[in-house]
Design a protein around this ligand. Sequence first.
Ligand code: FES
Length: 179
Amino acid sequence: MQTEPAPGDDRRDFLKKSCAVCVGGAVGVVPALAGIAVYLDPLRRKADTGLLARVTSLESLPADGTPVMFPIIAIRTDAWNKSIAPVGAVYVRRAKGDQVQAFNVTCPHAGCAVEFQPEKKGYFCPCHNSLFTPEGKRTDGSPSARDLDSLKSEVRANGEVWVQFQNFETGKAHKVAVS
Ligand code: FES
């Protein structure tokens, strides 16, 4: 027996389909963010100290000190909106013991992005063929007035690696934070 749709059925169908789209979208976004593995702690964000970001775990970093790059994604919320936007990237490497070192990927000479190249044993800047050691030091011939910009980092008791992300002005001999 066939029945006529009751008044309001179309509206309920529309709402059901809309919800399915919303849930499907959310499920698709979560794995993408988890893959980036960067979360911000809004309670600890201060304008003068950059963005505090959880980037990885200590056990995920290569034991031989090879740096790994992580994008930094800012999640900002206000009373009405929540926005997600990339604000930069960092290289993180194991140093001695359970310590880590973190660097902003932006070259302090003129702002290009450096890339760690194992065959060159350092971070290479393609803009002026400049090389920085894995510890972020300039090598001979680099036009940069300072070493790579190191960032504060910490390994917490549970093994999480947190980095205080900050951009700095380029072309200067000393780090000047960009607010
Ligand atoms: S921008 Fe990197 S060396 Fe010039």
